[in-house]
Structure formats: C-alpha cells, structure tokens
Design a protein around this ligand. Sequence first.
Ligand SMILES: NC(=O)c1ccc[n+]([C@@H]2O[C@H](COP(=O)([O-])OP(=O)(O)OC[C@H]3O[C@@H](n4cnc5c(N)ncnc54)[C@H](OP(=O)(O)O)[C@@H]3O)[C@@H](O)[C@H]2O)c1
Length: 267
Amino acid sequence: MELKQLGTTGVQLPEIGLGTWAYSGGVKPLQKGISLGAFLIDTAEIYGTEGIVGEAVKGQRDQVFIATKVSASHLRYDDVLRAAEDSLKRLGTDYIDFYQVHWPNRSVPIRETMRAMEDLVDMGRVKFIGVSNFSARDLQEAQESMVKYRVVSNQVLYSLVNREIEENLLPYCEKNDILVIAYSPLARGGLTTRPLLRRRRAMNVLQEIVKETGKTMAQVSLNWCISRPNVIAIPKSDRVDRVAENCQASGWRLSAEQVEALNEAFQ
Ligand SMILES: NC(=O)c1ccc[n+]([C@@H]2O[C@H](COP(=O)([O-])OP(=O)(O)OC[C@H]3O[C@@H](n4cnc5c(N)ncnc54)[C@H](OP(=O)(O)O)[C@@H]3O)[C@@H](O)[C@H]2O)c1
C-alpha cells in the first residue's frame, strides 16, 4: 500500500482507506483491510458504525488511524465536546486520530466550532483536525479562525463521475497542503455495475483500460482518484474479497495516457 502525507503533519496515510457509511460487514472486512495496509478507517457519529470500528481495532488500536466526524447539528462549542466524548465511548478508545466537521453549518460561527476542535486537541482527545464537504471559501474561513492548529484534510465527493472539485477545491487544497479524502470513490457502486445508457461510451473506455491493465473496474476507478498527488480514497465494502480487491488499487499506477483517456471520457 502506497502512503500519502497528511498535510504538513509528517503523518503518512494509506492512499486507500476504509469507508463505513451504510456498512454492515462486521469486523472481518475491516480487519482484512487493516492487514493489507488500509489502516485508515472513516466513520461518523451519524453512521452507527463507530461501535463496529472500535471492535475491529481491538488489540491493534495504535496501528490504526480512526477518522470520525461531528455532525453539522452539533457545531456549537459544548455540542462538539459532547459529540467527541460520545464518539470516544462508542469507539471504545481514549483518542480520535482525526476529527472532522462533517458539513458546514452557517448558523454557527465557524470560529466557535474550530475553537472546540482545537481545545479537543489540547485535551489529548483528538490528534488532528479535518473537515468534510467544505468549499475553498469555507476552508479558508475555518483555517483563519484557528489559533494553534491547521485543518489538515477535506473529505469530499470525488470519483470519475463526480469531478466538480477539480475546478477550484482541488487546486486550493494542493496549494495549501490539505489532503483531499475522496468519498464515494466508486460512485456508490455506480462504477462497478452495468453502465447507465448515458455513460455507455465512458464506461466502454473504463472497460478498455480494465482489459489493458488486467485490473478490475473498482481498481481502475480508485487508481484514477489516487493518481492525483493530493488525493486518497475511502471505498466502502461489506465483503472481505472486495476490500482486498480495493486495497490492490494501490501499488501501481495508470499511465498518463490512461488517466487522460478517462478524464476525457468522463467529462
Ligand atoms: N463525508 C461525507 O459526507 C460522506 C458521504 C458519503 C460517504 N462518505 C464516506 O465515504 C465512504 C465511501 O463512500 P460510499 O460508501 O458512499 O460509496 P463507495 O465506496 O463509492 O461505494 C460503495 C458501494 O460499492 C460497492 N463496492 C465496494 N467495493 C466494490 C468492488 N470492489 N466491486 C464492486 N462493488 C464494490 C459496495 O458494495 P458492498 O459493500 O456490497 O461490497 C457499496 O455498494 C463511506 O462509506 C463513508 O465512510 C462520506
């Protein structure tokens, strides 16, 4: 598994991690992923999967990087601290590696939320602060409101069929050393199932590259995401075999021509 820098922290994360939204695979797929080097597990207070993540990492807690999220409805100072404590309880651990603001909420001053996030770091409950679904402008405001620490990542929708971030957000994150964590990198299964009619041509290009590389549709789709220097991806699967397959999306690279062909096909 290849690694990428988490911003300027010096921490290295696997370029494929494990998503757990709507996850119901039990501990085995997560443990398989960890054993294959996908030691970043993403969850959130609203997913209902913090408990199973906690179970999966028992006995190897210090080898795993747990990323969880505080919901947009809990962004007032006291609510953030309470949400973090509740997540810690469900995870069965005494620190969160990576605490992310799940969505921006304009009815709460971002300064108040980020002050709570920074205090959680000072209390030793959180190691690093991230955000999710933030625009470049939201990110800038969040960063400017912080006193001591930096926002090290932004978790956003990114896949062959969802490329909106390429225009502004991706360049902004690259320039500011903010790691982009691509969620729904398989378009929730849309890149691994039968093509919709309107995407038939693009899916044919994907299929051609599958043949050329000897990889699967999931692996090519994920490798395309992580071919960006500043992007890692967190596919979710309930199945041990698919987790193994997804982990093997790392350790090789599509050629520049193949990346370009996919860029063009999935405009
Ligand atoms: N921050 C946010 O707002 C936000 C929003 C959405 C998601 N996320 C995070 O991102 C993670 C991933 O996104 P996602 O769950 O929406 O979608 P995804 O990872 O793009 O796709 C998951 C779907 O693909 C299937 N799949 C996985 N690997 C496969 C393979 N190798 N071959 C064929 N099918 C495969 C899974 O089915 P099986 O499970 O049956 O294998 C599941 O139906 C989430 O779990 C969550 O952690 C964050």
